[in-house]
Design a protein around this ligand. Sequence first.
Ligand SMILES: Cc1cc2nc3c(=O)[nH]c(=O)nc-3n(C[C@H](O)[C@H](O)[C@H](O)COP(=O)(O)OP(=O)(O)OC[C@H]3O[C@@H](n4cnc5c(N)ncnc54)[C@H](O)[C@@H]3O)c2cc1C
Length: 500
Amino acid sequence: MTQLSRRTILKAGVAGLAASTLPGIAFARAKDGQAALEKAAKEGRLYDAIVIGAGAAGLTAAISAIDNGAKNVALLEQKDRPDGNAIYALGSVCGWGSKRQISEGIKDTAEDFYKAMMHVSNGRADPALTRQYTNDIPAGLDWLQEVVGVKFGKVKRAPYPREFRVNKINGEGITGGAQLVQKLLALAKKRGVKFLWENRATRLLTDNKGGVIGVAVMTPEGRKAYFTKGGVTIATGGFSANPEMTDKYIGGWASRLAIRGSRSTTGANIALTLPLNAKMVNMDQFHAGPIIAETHVNPNEVLNSGYGIIVDARGKRFVDEKNTYVIKAKAAAQLTIENKAWAIVDSDCKVIDKMTKRFQRLNTKYYTANTIEELAKQINIAPAVLQKDVDDYNNAVKNGTLKQMNPPCSYPKPFPIAKAPFFAIPYEGGMTATFGGPLINPKAEVQSLEGKSIPGLYAAGNAAGGLFFRDYIGGAQLGGATVFGRIAGREMAARAKAAK
Ligand SMILES: Cc1cc2nc3c(=O)[nH]c(=O)nc-3n(C[C@H](O)[C@H](O)[C@H](O)COP(=O)(O)OP(=O)(O)OC[C@H]3O[C@@H](n4cnc5c(N)ncnc54)[C@H](O)[C@@H]3O)c2cc1C
């Protein structure tokens, strides 16, 4: 691939060069888009469709573009392998009405599913995107199983709402998400997708009407540029691993969250599309969960067990223990200066045996003692403080006054912390993935601040904004990557065909 130099661009008739952020090179606005495309075609740098990011959404979009008639599709990935959140994902894909769900006798309706998705977002998810997800996810799940070849386990109930909607990909020794990526990668290779590894997209190239016609990239050999007739899909994930952005869009406390997944989701969805006047939505929204950053162990089960209290590094309760793990994780980062907390439980806690065995297996520290005083000493909390926490909690359990505590505790069926040995399980708040990004419409087209589709620009997966707010039904992120990845690929293919 030859580098696009200032001279060659000018010779090809690309004029009107705006001030470039890439010094010495002219990847600026292509006044004459057609000439740029013709030149790129001669040099083998013109594609029917370009996808940025080899995650669940990007691989899906690339496959879909080819399956819908695109002839040559390039997938640009900044690393030498897929490196996004998808490989960390458990592998749940949330949906209703798939052939597998029907064969298991699960009764569900589009309307119930749509309502549940809107409900978890407090009614703030984009209704048209939620409707599109609802309509397309049955076929999306069938596609994953029949075309991509993933193996789903028996359909499970989502934690909330408690319906049979979780289609968990069998990881076969790796995470379900990594298994999905492996299978998508194999299929994309089989379909002839051109993988351009170690190509970090740095800027979108536009024609003089603002339509997207290419991508400028940084590679180990230097800067390059690729052009496209059908369009570009941004599938670069969100900005969970970019502390400057989490600070700016969510707050300083969010930049202190541990990272539960990839370090490669650094906000290219924002950096690439903001200069094109894309409308950013839900920028302060994200999913969080507890984690022990040192070993990447998730202590979720103890936090969800309905037993014990949660205290900060000084022994102060700071959150209602009844809350979801998402809220407890966010609270640890927002309300404790160190983003460090302890779940204090006794040996009646139903999951403690299982959890401590897992901690031992994964070389992860937890503490245990026969008295609260001893336990407090081990975790550097003043013994009198922790003893008072436990006494206050136990008295409130006995007197039915848990809700009058500060903060209140709303366990519906509370148990005292009474049976030795006692345990201190550490956790930190961790960032799973951000929900904010350029708003898309149901055709995965990126929307401008003027409320119009930006020609040739698509987004899918965590790069796209609008589908999620507050929380999501477990599995809806990989579901979103599947649904909108497939749509983006189809739309780019149609556009490429129309341009011929
Ligand atoms: C611990 C954990 C568990 C999870 N479990 C689930 C689950 O069970 N179910 C579920 O639905 N969701 C789950 N999620 C969320 C899920 O992983 C994400 O929603 C999903 O991975 C999003 O896929 P994606 O394709 O949008 O992005 P990603 O998988 O993050 O891929 C983005 C890719 O883009 C590349 N990239 C970034 N910037 C550039 C650039 N400038 N140029 C070129 N390439 C670039 C990255 O290197 C990466 O390879 C989980 C997340 C975590 C962290």
